[in-house]
Ligand binder design. Structure first.
Ligand code: CIR
Length: 281
């Protein structure tokens, strides 16, 4: 598929991947203290900023309105905005991160969401849930139980979004994997990119699945954003599989976010709120 200079309108795409807006946050100087499962060194702030700018530029290439929030020095991981909220057409839900150092990020996101949504709900606990464990497909909301997301958090999210008509299905995030979406991403309504280890659990039965190439598990976290699929640079095998399947790809440097277990999805909240004409009054 070749790149089209004039992006297709957002409503040409299903709501699972047709987005008018995205929210991002610049990496802060404290990013060097971000959480990581294995310490392979601190990220380089200048390089992280460059990758972030490249990422925002690609989102804007599709014609979407991208908000870039100021860095939050008190929260080293706050560049990973995805974990703070779940944004659906009907409303926003502020998450309750399971990492204690990240709890305040969710509260800081709430006033931002109120600028875009009339309906902003909040997971109040006692459970925990992070946005990285939530995959919204064309037919359901899949939530992976993980070290950051527990049964009570999942149950509360389910209660909050049920009135909007969403079916939530609890699945398992593989052991030693940070988030469910560390290992998978949505490519279109019915197609998932997954690592072999996650697909082997059977959680994607009934979907079309494209597997990451051998040794390229870190390529599983991509995002489908309107016409484009944003993927981390450096995974030629998976890149070839996605290109063969017809996706219009953009590769973005992810070396610094990867040092903190972050990827393409973590860096934005993507949404298309229901317009007045869409709302059921
Ligand atoms: C963390 O451990 O919370 C951050 N260093 C990385 C968060 C990545 N977010 C995501 O996968 N949605």
């Amino acid at each position: 598929m070749t790149h089209q200079n004039t992006p297709r309108p957002f409503d040409a795409f299903p709501r699972s991947h047709g987005f008018s807006h995205a929210i991002t946050r610049l990496p802060s100087g404290t990013i060097t203290r971000g959480l990581r499962a294995v310490d392979a060194g601190a990220p380089d702030l200048a390089r992280f900023r460059q990758h972030h700018a490249d990422y925002v530029a690609v989102l804007r290439e599709t014609g979407a309105e991208v908000t870039v929030l100021d860095p939050l020095e008190e929260y080293p991981d706050s560049v990973f905005v995805e974990d703070a909220a779940l944004l659906l057409p009907e409303g926003a839900v502020v998450m309750r991160p399971g990492a204690p150092s990240r709890l305040g990020e969710a509260a800081a996101m709430a006033p931002v969401l109120e600028q875009f949504y009339d309906n902003v709900l909040t997971v109040t606990g006692p459970g925990f849930i992070e946005g990285g464990d939530v995959l919204v497909t064309g037919r359901e909301v899949l939530v992976g139980r993980s070290a950051r997301t527990d049964a009570a958090g999942i149950a509360e999210l389910g209660r909050l979004i049920a009135p909007w008509g969403y079916a939530l299905r609890e699945v398992a995030t593989p052991p030693d994997v940070l988030h469910f979406k560390t290992d998978c991403s949505l490519l279109d309504d019915d197609t998932i990119l997954s690592t072999p280890r996650l697909a082997a659990t059977g959680c994607f039965a009934g979907y079309d699945v494209i597997l990451t190439a051998e040794g390229e598990e870190a390529a599983a976290n991509t995002i489908r954003f309107n016409d484009l699929v944003l993927m981390p640079a450096g995974f030629p095998g998976t890149r070839a599989r996605l290109a063969d399947a017809g996706y219009d790809l953009r590769e973005i440097g992810n070396s610094e976010a990867a040092l903190l277990d972050g990827g393409m999805s973590c860096l934005s909240l993507r949404f298309r709120p229901l317009g007045r004409s869409d709302r059921q009054e």
